[in-house]
Design a protein around this ligand. Structure first.
Ligand SMILES: NC(=O)C1=CN([C@@H]2O[C@H](COP(=O)(O)OP(=O)(O)OC[C@H]3O[C@@H](n4cnc5c(N)ncnc54)[C@H](OP(=O)(O)O)[C@@H]3O)[C@@H](O)[C@H]2O)[C@@H](O)CC1
Ligand SMILES: Nc1ncnc2c1ncn2[C@@H]1O[C@H](COP(=O)(O)OP(=O)(O)O)[C@@H](O)[C@H]1O
Ligand SMILES: [K+]
Length: 497
């Protein structure tokens, strides 16, 4: 089923196609530019009524065109507007040229702009059409503006920011507010782009939804509206065994806490039973610190095979605190036909020969392996992808997912959830106080809990990341991983749509 377009992100290339198709279908493209420029003017007046002067920096394309429209609207509102143009305005084409001609104030060359106290900068240098790295003179002016800390409203994207990858090329304007049109682009959500945009306002300039839908890709914002229908359903006839059985593998005596965090989070995510599979040496410590979570000794591979004979064991989490090495590799490979969340040490154990992991999981269709690497773990398993500067986080996660035949949850402030089939979500509900030891263990447990309840792997991973963010928001700043695990709750269907 096709999803509703407003969850989808539009890449800069797709936006250019949208623009073209809108013009082909008879929509007045200059009218679109006028609405865009007027929205920028409205934002400036609304957010910075106290600005002493407004400096509008206009580039050589349609982003600059939006700037000229905004400048004229501001001038008519009585604002002290100063327009600075990059390049020769005589070379402007089409709508941008018309917008320039419609501006009745004075313009000055870009090089003459110097930030002054009381300025508001309207950044209309480059938007979706940024096609290469910025020239040095532009880099220098952007650095000067950023250093001066004058407020900046960006038109569509902060100039220098790549709308596809969220990376600066090589620097980008630091905006406090960005006005974009019709839909956000991946670069508005991915770091550091998200931080460079400030608040993002999506303004509807009137392009019909059918044209946007025709060009939307497979990258969307991670929202319940997309996967809410796959969430586990709790009926009155439920019994604990109908709600799945999650197994979390514990590490040795000195490293058991991480697995217990995962186990508790799995239980709180709604799974019927959770067993902590523990080495005998850690049996006492695990037994002493668990109540609803059950404990079972599983020391070695033969013991694991014996344990796996019980087919009611519906999903597994391996990695948190487990220890890196041969045991982790052997256990992981023994689970290749089961639903598995591979996290932390489970991932790092394949550092030297990632192909061993990939080969064992290659045949599963659809995949039931979810890997949850943070930046360091991702780099250990996919060094070539991690170090490829031309790729953004979404492209890296997608390439890794394809290579590993796994759902890849590439964690961070801008966690990306990618599937081997080419779909990807970018998460945006996670607060920064999740950056604390053990919060990743909680995430692995939530995803394991959803897998155990029968959710397909991609949806389970996406819903798990979202529920993790929601739990962190419920706890608030000062959160510890224990608080986080305790705050996990199944997502209610009423809030899912
Ligand atoms: N989508 C829509 O429906 C609507 C879109 N609208 C607006 O249009 C914007 C997109 O406009 P756009 O395509 O003209 O691109 P834009 O960002 O102005 O840059 C292109 C220019 O910059 C140049 N250039 C590129 N990189 C460079 C570099 N590093 N250093 C130097 N130069 C560089 C490039 O030169 P060229 O590569 O051709 O040599 C070209 O001249 C979009 O962001 C939104 O604001 C609205 O009007 C409402 C309707
Ligand atoms: N600045 C941040 N903003 C939002 N979420 C974050 C931030 N930093 C980390 N996170 C999230 O916190 C979790 C940390 O996981 P991880 O790095 O594995 O930590 P640990 O190994 O200590 O459990 C991940 O889900 C990650 O996405
Ligand atoms: K811009």
């Amino acid at each position: 089923m096709k999803q509703r377009s407003f969850y989808h992100l539009i890449t800069p290339a797709a936006m250019a196609a949208v623009d073209r198709d809108a013009a082909r279908s008879g929509i007045d493209s200059f009218g679109l530019m006028q609405k865009a420029g007027q929205a920028v003017c409205a934002a400036a007046l609304r957010l910075f009524p106290e600005a002493v002067r407004m400096a509008v920096l206009c580039g050589p394309g349609n982003n600059g065109g939006d700037g000229y429209i905004a400048a004229e609207a501001l001038r008519l509102s009585g604002v002290d507007v100063h327009v600075f143009h990059l390049g020769d305005p005589a070379l402007l084409k089409g709508d941008a040229s018309a917008a320039f001609l419609a501006y009745r104030g004075k313009v000055r060359p870009f090089a003459e702009y110097g930030p002054c106290s009381g300025d508001l900068v309207i950044d209309a240098l480059f938007g979706a059409g940024l096609g290469r790295v910025l020239d040095q003179p532009v880099v220098e002016v952007i650095e000067r503006i950023n250093a001066a800390s004058v407020p900046v409203i960006a038109v569509d994207l902060p100039s220098g920011l790549d709308g596809l990858t969220g990376q600066p090329r090589p620097v980008a304007m630091q905006a406090c507010h960005t006005v974009t049109f019709m839909a956000r682009k991946p670069g508005h959500l991915l770091m550091p782009g998200r931080a460079l945009c400030g608040t993002v306002e999506v303004f509807d300039i009137g392009i019909p939804g059918r044209i946007l839908d025709a060009h939307r890709g497979d990258v969307a914002i991670n929202t319940p509206g997309i996967w809410g229908g796959s969430l586990p359903k709790l009926t009155g006839a439920a019994y604990k065994f109908t709600r799945g059985h999650l197994t979390v593998f514990s590490g040795p005596m000195s490293a058991t806490g991480a697995a217990r965090l995962s186990a508790m989070a799995g239980l709180k995510a709604g799974v019927g039973l959770v067993t902590l599979a523990t080495p005998t040496e850690a049996l006492c410590v695990n037994s002493a610190q668990t109540t609803a979570v059950m404990v079972k000794e599983v020391d070695d591979l033969p013991a694991l095979h014996e344990y796996l004979k019980d087919k009611r064991m519906s999903a597994f989490v391996l990695g948190p605190g487990f220890g890196v090495g041969e045991k982790a590799r052997a256990f992981t490979l023994a689970l290749s036909d089961r639903k598995l969340v591979l996290d932390a040490d489970g991932i790092s154990s394949f550092h030297e020969k990632p192909e061993d992991l990939f080969e064992h999981f290659a045949k599963n269709a659809p995949t039931h392996l979810v890997m949850t690497p943070h930046e360091g773990e991702f780099t250990r398993l996919f060094p070539d992808l991690a170090n490829e500067p031309a790729l953004g986080k979404v492209q890296k996660a997608l390439a890794a997912a394809k290579r590993a035949n796994a759902i890849v949850v590439y964690k961070g402030a801008d966690t990306v959830i990618a599937s081997p089939d080419g779909r990807a979500f970018i998460n945006e509900n996670a607060p920064p106080w999740l950056a604390t030891a053990g919060s990743g263990d909680v995430l692995a447990g939530i995803i394991g809990g959803l897998l155990a309840q029968g959710m397909p792997a991609f949806e389970a991973a996406a819903a798990g990341v979202y529920m993790h963010g929601e739990a962190a928001l419920r706890v608030g700043e000062g959160l510890t991983a224990e608080d986080l695990a305790a705050a996990v709750r199944p997502l209610q269907m009423e809030t899912a749509f």
